[in-house]
Write a protein that binds this ligand. Structure first.
Ligand code: SDX
Length: 435
């Protein structure tokens, strides 16, 4: 017998089943043969929040949560953050290989050709309230793009699919900067592709009356590194959303808007904004013990800490912490860093956090840098969404090309009422009277 198998004895019937083990998993559908009789539907697995369920096979990103390892297409994140531009990493995630110089030049030109948005998008954007949250603006305008590109529904054709991919990668910074400028009450800045992906974004954000915004090279590089670190992270909540909505063959813009919606949640990408609010609330180092006590009583969460996969230090947090030092040499030190560093030190030596393997995640230090760069906290998750669009699209593309995949439709365990007959209106209050 192949030892890569699982032998199951069903004690209800004394029947024995042998299921093959592949890649450390058994196929859930192999359990369906385990029945108590012809009428039995067969066994399913029950796994709320997918704590122990692989939804797909993927070659995009590899994580080892216990060892704190993150690799894009096999390359360690530390090496990519050190040596690549963001669009170079975007090429890697989408194509599976690092580009040659010629391929990178062509890719840069192709993406930067798509940084413009239809002028009507500005009218759509102007309709938002002056203090509309940028994530609400971003998810709405990305969904609205599906109405500007009706031909996008032909994305099963490789040429059309690629066009939508480069359009979304190219347009995200433009939409994000428009959302930022709308919030600041400032005019939209026209994209300037020749500046390159990140400096064009900075120009659209920060340009005032000068001919060109002079992007500080240290800040521009730091933003590139942060974009690289946020580009993909295997089957996280927003990527799972992208795959689930994409599996219905929905329009790629609507699918990406759904992923943005998932990312906006405070337990996911919205955590970087919550970390800043938490540090503001703590206010000073001597208030940390009282806050930690509240966390340990279960009254609060230590935002920016903990992770479903990493039970060790998030490798991205380590790089972000180093990047903070470089940024602060230009912007001046953000005093909140002192609170964050002390909070981390206390937490990492406290049994409550050690026992639960809670370490700083990607969101713990990123907001402190963004604030020092001049971003308002409600824009932090937008800065997560811009680069993560590349990961969502790489995973979406992989889904479409995976013969194993079909429309996502989980089962359930029904725990509701048994069959019961309709109750006429006049009798309804009565039956509750004796409940
Ligand atoms: C991201 O999945 C990804 O890859 C996501 C991401 C990506 O790149 O896409 O890495 C980005 O979303 C990072 C996570 C950002 N979120 C936060 O920082 C919010 C705070 N963190 C938690 O909400 C929590 O840690 C999660 C949501 C990140 C993970 O939740 P899990 O895996 O469901 O863990 P859990 O809630 O079951 O926690 C296990 C225990 C619980 O205590 P007990 O019930 O065992 O007593 O740890 C506790 C939790 O209460 N716990 C925390 C905590 N996180 C977990 N206690 C205090 N503060 C926290 N932050």
């Amino acid at each position: 017998m192949d030892n890569q198998s699982l032998t199951i004895i069903d004690n209800r019937t004394d029947k024995t089943y042998t299921l093959p083990i592949t890649n450390g998993t058994i196929r859930a559908m192999d359990l369906r043969q385990i029945k108590t009789g012809a009428e039995d539907f067969g066994l399913m697995t029950y796994d709320p929040a997918f704590m122990n369920t692989a939804s797909c096979q993927s070659a995009v990103t590899y994580l080892d949560g216990d060892r704190g390892i993150l690799r894009y297409r096999g390359y360690p994140i530390e090496q990519l953050a050190e040596n690549c531009t963001f669009l170079e990493v975007a090429y890697l995630l989408i194509h599976g290989e690092l580009p040659t110089a010629a391929e990178l030049d062509a890719w840069n030109e192709e993406v930067m050709r798509h940084v413009l948005v239809h002028e009507n998008v500005k009218k759509f954007m102007d309709g938002f309230h002056h203090d509309a949250h940028p994530m609400g603006i971003l998810m709405s305008t990305v969904a609205a793009l599906s109405t500007f590109y009706p031909e996008a529904k032909h994305f099963k054709e490789p040429v059309s699919r690629r066009l939508q991919i480069v359009r979304l990668i190219g347009k995200m910074p433009t939409l994000a900067s428009y959302a930022f400028r709308h919030r600041m009450g400032m005019p939209y800045v026209f994209p300037e592709p020749e500046l390159g992906y990140t400096k064009n974004y900075m120009n659209m954000l920060w340009k005032r009356t000068e001919p060109h915004y002079a992007a500080n090279p240290v800040i521009a590089r730091a933003l590139e590194v942060l974009f690289i670190l946020h580009a993909d992270h295997e089957q996280n909540c927003s990527t799972n959303t992208m795959r689930a909505v994409g599996s219905a063959m929905a329009d790629p813009y609507a699918t990406t808007a759904a992923a943005i919606a998932a990312l906006s949640g405070p337990l996911h990408g919205g955590a970087n904004e919550e970390v800043l609010r938490m540090l503001d609330e703590i206010g000073s180092v001597d208030h940390i013990p009282a806050f930690i006590a509240q966390v340990k009583e279960g009254k609060r969460k230590l935002m920016g800490f903990g992770h479903r996969v990493y039970k060790n230090y998030d490798p991205r947090a380590r790089i972000i912490k180093r990047t903070a030092d470089e940024v602060f040499q230009v912007t001046g030190r953000n005093p909140k860093l002192d609170i964050a560093v002390e909070l981390e030190k206390i937490a990492l030596n406290d049994e409550y956090f050690v026992k639960r393997k809670l370490y700083p995640n990607v969101d713990f230090y990123s907001g402190i840098i963004y604030q020092a760069m001049g971003f308002t906290p409600d824009h932090f998750t937008v800065l997560f969404g811009i680069p993560r669009t590349v990961g969502w699209l790489a995973q979406w593309q992989e889904l479409l090309q995976d013969p194993d995949q079909k429309i996502a439709r989980p089962r359930q365990i029904y725990i509701g009422a048994d069959k019961r007959d309709f109750v006429p209106m006049e009798q309804r209050g009565a039956q509750l009277a004796h409940v």
